[in-house]
Every structure is written in structure tokens, then in C-alpha cells.
Ligand binder design. Sequence first.
Ligand code: TXA
Ligand code: MG
Length: 357
Amino acid sequence: MPAEIIKPTPENLIRAAKLLQEGQVIGMPTETVYGLAGMIFDECALTRIFSVKERPHFDPLIVHVTPPEQHKDLLTYLEDLDLIQVSLLSHEAQHRVQVLLSQFWPGPLTLVLPKSQRVPDLATSGLETIAIRMPRHSVAQALIRAVQSPLAAPSANRFGRISPTSAQDVFEELGDRIPLILEGGRCEIGLESTVLMITREGELKLLRPGGISQQQIEMTLGTSIKKSLGSPLKSEAPGLLETHYAPQKPLILLDPDQLKQTCLGKKKLGLLIQSGNPEKIRQRILDLLGNPSVEIIAFSLSKTGDMDEAARNLFSTLRALDQSDCELILAEPATQDQGLGYAINDRLRRASKKDLR
Ligand code: TXA
Ligand code: MG
């Protein structure tokens, strides 16, 4: 039976929670992308997450928590949930985590911290650390509350594919493999969370750019952070493969100088631009190609050049182009290579590496 997409009514949340408590995995909306949720301390559920996604076991999961019911120090709260071991963090590290959590949670910041003994190795791929985030989407929070357990949830796409930003996207990716998807509307941010590692000594490493920018983190802490992007140590960021977030069609970063050569013999092109009117750029590309008979399907991420809107539209636009009948996707990188622009470019760069897989 294909997955049911259901509204997050109180009755449906109870139904969803029951399925999770039986070890099932379901589609859960968050403000970043939709997740494939299962109970963190249930090894059957974790095994299911990996098999449903066809995800290799070396790629660890993110666990999702709700805000505490009563006002509580967030580090103590995470330790009470049996997710982390605070004593393994130096005072400096503890202080930094506290500052970051109070500033950015709930929201799109995932922290990688020393894990507690109870967290199954399956969730962390055998690492001594666990990635945690507190989503701010009300449906994600309501679901975690209803289950009364933190939920492990990777993005709800098949491994290496485009992350889903609507319930329908989850259905297209995994509809034949899961029982339920909770409807939570289109994702407000549209890019996965920022993943930041804090070592025991308090050193910071950016493992994945996302909804919260490096600059925001640095401003908050008054210190600079190290980037582990591109070629992070395998032991630090096992899942951050060079190729990821890829459409099935080949994707190439738009380079006007190489255009003629790249598009040689192609009759139908997909074009993703960051801002402005797609029609105008379509015409410019045709002029550059010098071949008016080429068909171009063009999308702009934000006509007005709004970065939030561009990020929100990135994955759905890639999905639309992938489902069109173009032979090749040309993607223009964001001109501003910082903040959300940097996160967008990270996804596009990885998508363009697909052919190296
Ligand atoms: O926005 C998000 O983070 C979404 C929503 C559903 O919350 N989730 C998500 O999960 O993007 P996923 O599994 O697609 O990406 C998790 C990333 C992976 O690249 C993984 O390698 C990294 O987080 N990660 C998880 N645990 C880690 C750990 N202990 N150390 C280093 N990296 C870790
Ligand atoms: Mg993912």
C-alpha cells in the first residue's frame, strides 16, 4: 500500500506516534526539509531508516528533540534525554554550546556532541559523537511530544537524491516504502540544517553549511570557526560525500565561456538561475549558443533576488528540472558566496559532481 499523506490533527498525530512506537518509520515535516523519522533508541526503527533510504551505514543520523516542557538548562536537558555526556566537554566547550543553543534553538542548527552510552551505534555509525537538532516546525515538535522520544531523522529522500521540501516530494521518493507522511506544508527554509561540530576542547568545525550561516555563528560566539568542507576527515563527517543532493539528469555549473562546448548536440536544456527574469536569461543563453532551435526550460529561484526565497525554491526547482525532459541542467551559482548563497552553492557543487559517482 502506498503511503498515506495525512493532516497533523490531534488524532492523526496519535496514529503517527503509535506507528513510530511500533518501530515504523514515517515522513515528518521540519522547517528545513522533510525527514524520515524513527525512534532513536529503537534499533529496528534505525535499521529501517537505513534500508528505506538505501543509505550506507557509514552515514550517521541526526536526532531531533523538542523544547523542554519547563525551563531547563539545555545541556542538562540533552543529558537527561540520555543523548549526550556533558562531562566529556571542557568548560569552554560547554559554554559555547550553551550560547549557541540559546541563540539558535529551535531552528536549523545541528550540533555534533559527545554521545551517551545509550545511543545505539547504528545511529552514529559507530562514532563517539551524535548530531542533534531542535526543529522549530510545529508539526515536528507535536510529533516528538506525542511519541515521547527523540526521533532520528535523515532527509526523507533516497540516498544521494534531492531532499524533499513538500509531503508530495516525500511521496515521490519513498511513497512505496513507508506507511505515512505527515503534511506540514512547504518547508520554510528549504535547505538542510547547518551541521557544526564542537570538539571536547571547544573547537568548532563547520561540517555542512545550511540555514544558519557561519557568520551568524561567529558573531554569536565572537570567534572564528574552521571549515571542514570539501574534504572533511572521513572520521569527522562520514556522510558528507562530495556527490550529494543530485538530480538524476547531469547538472553543470553555468559557465558562459564553456557554454557552447558543454551544450554541443543538446536539443533541450534545463536552466536554473538565481534571480531575475528567466525569459531574459533564456534569450541570452540562446544568443551565446548561436542556435535558436535549442529548447530551454528556465526557472529563476527568486525573481526579486531574495536569498531566503532562492533557498526555499532550490530543491523544488531541481526536482522540476529533473522531471522535465531536458537532457542537461545548467545551474547558475549564487554570486554571493556567503550565508545562504554559500549553502546554495555547496548543494549545487555537490549536485554537479554526480558523474564522478
Ligand atoms: O535539516 C536537516 O538537518 C534534515 C532534517 C530532516 O532535520 N536532516 C538531514 O539529515 O539533513 P541527513 O541525514 O540527510 O544529514 C545529516 C548529516 C549527514 O551528512 C551526516 O554525515 C551528518 O549530518 N552527521 C550526522 N551525525 C554526525 C556525526 N556524529 N558526526 C559528523 N557528522 C554527522
Ligand atoms: Mg540528506
